[in-house]
Design a binder for this molecule. Structure first.
Ligand SMILES: Cc1cc2nc3c(=O)[nH]c(=O)nc-3n(C[C@H](O)[C@H](O)[C@H](O)COP(=O)(O)OP(=O)(O)OC[C@H]3O[C@@H](n4cnc5c(N)ncnc54)[C@H](O)[C@@H]3O)c2cc1C
Length: 397
């Protein structure tokens, strides 16, 4: 998702861009454009507007008009309404496959972007003047040279390893179960975040067949509990979910396919190396509790595209160390802020020590009563600091 977004953002930069993807976008095995949905913040919406893909996505995007956060079996809860913050929506939920469809369709028409897929990067050498890549395609092996390699190859990034960049890994010992779920109540644009004994769960509005009654569920549970949940029949699963979530979204009626994602925080020591930039999951893969991973990756891509376009137009070398250092410095506050915020949220709500629950309740109540605290959410939707790139303001490059 992040690599394809960057390639599209660079399509008018004057640079020759080659996008290498191991799995064809319409394949059922595509790991990025899969059955999940993504909650896009307003910053991401603006980037997609500037890239010309939002018009097509909007028809399938479910607006989030309010967010309801609660701690199961405790009194604390908080609610944030878009209208209170002067916004039309706090974000939009879109199917990953729809994002993929629109990005690939735009990329196929982009003039200076060459798509190589399915093609797998097998080896990368990063030299002082250029990067060399060895690809494996159906028709055989291919070698490429480039002034810059952008690694948007996921949390197990091969390019990150080739650049000798270490990554800090924290296993949350949770697996996220993702499924579409139908209830007897319309979603009313409410996104629920509920912290339960069995792990945090999010229930988001979903557009599609029978719109208004389908939601997307993300339930993070301990791996053994997740296995047990996956082994339940759909009816048993819905009964268990109802027991943990309660009735605020109505009675559960139907369950779609259940997918499972083990959750870890993977964080690269630095976002840049010689002739290489790490982007998206390759730079930081996070817990989905706050729905921030792709939003952050897209802001990184927007900033990088703007900088590389500027350098290319002035005839400079896009892979030069000074350019990459400038990019890293521009993005450090936002990347640090989002990673820390997300990690703290997981840890605070996972803490079941006596007394911590009361502090959490007080925190949620304070958040609910204090308008300035709610404005923090506006920042979550637009980024955590540093400059805002043209694309995140909706301005095409
Ligand atoms: C359950 C869940 C829910 C989420 N919900 C949200 C949300 O609501 N909002 C949000 O902002 N974020 C969300 N995220 C995070 C989001 O999914 C990630 O941030 C996003 O997938 C990162 O995209 P990426 O392109 O960096 O990496 P990936 O999605 O991991 O894609 C990497 C790509 O690289 C390709 N690749 C890998 N190795 C090679 C190679 N050697 N050669 C060629 N190609 C290769 C793969 O085929 C793949 O297409 C969620 C994550 C999970 C797990």
């Amino acid at each position: 998702m992040v690599g394809a977004s960057l390639a599209l953002a660079l399509s008018r930069s004057g640079l020759s861009v080659v996008l290498i993807e191991a799995t064809a976008p319409d394949s059922a095995a595509q790991p990025s454009f899969d059955e999940r949905t993504t909650a896009l913040g307003n910053g991401s919406r603006r980037v997609f507007e500037a890239l010309g893909v939002w018009d097509a996505l909007q028809a399938e995007a479910a607006p989030i008009r309010s967010i309801h956060v609660s701690d199961a079996q405790r009194f604390g809860f908080a609610r944030v309404d878009a209208a209170e913050l002067g916004l039309q929506a706090l974000g939009f939920v879109v199917a990953n496959r729809a994002i993929g469809r629109e990005l690939w369709s735009a990329l196929r028409q982009a003039q200076r972007v060459t798509l190589r897929m399915p093609a797998r990067v097998m080896a990368v050498e990063l030299g002082a003047d250029c990067a060399s890549l060895r690809l494996q395609e159906d028709s055989g092996e291919l070698r490429l040279q480039a002034r810059l390699v952008v690694a948007a190859d996921g949390a197990q990034s091969l390019v990150r390893a080739a650049a000798g960049i270490s990554a800090q890994i924290h296993d949350y010992e949770q697996t996220a179960i993702v499924a579409a779920l139908r209830t007897d109540q319309p979603d009313a644009g409410i996104a629920y975040e509920r912290f339960t004994q069995a792990g945090p769960m999010a229930l988001l509005p979903l557009r599609g067949a029978g719109a208004g009654h389908w939601h997307t569920l993300v339930w993070a549970a301990a791996p053994a509990d997740a296995q047990a949940l996956l082994a339940l029949t759909p009816q048993q699963f819905l009964a268990r979910w109802q027991q943990m979530f309660g009735w605020r979204a109505g009675r559960a009626l139907q369950l779609g396919h259940r997918g499972a994602y083990p959750l870890s925080l993977v964080r690269a020591a630095t976002a840049v190396g010689p002739r290489a930039v790490l982007l998206g999951n390759a730079a930081q893969a996070m817990h989905p509790v706050a729905g921030q991973g792709f939003n952050l990756g897209l802001r990184d891509a927007a900033d990088l595209a703007e900088l590389l376009s500027e350098v290319a137009r002035s005839g400079g070398d896009v892979g030069e160390a000074l350019v990459l250092q400038r990019y890293a410095a521009q993005r450090v506050a936002d990347r640090d802020g989002v990673v820390r915020f997300t990690d703290a949220l997981v840890r605070v709500f996972a803490d079941r020590r006596p007394g911590v629950g009361v502090l959490r309740d007080l925190g949620l109540l304070a958040f609910d009563l204090l308008p300035p605290a709610k404005r923090v959410l506006g920042r979550v939707s637009l980024g955590f600091g540093g400059r805002r790139s043209a694309l995140t303001r909706g301005v095409p490059l």
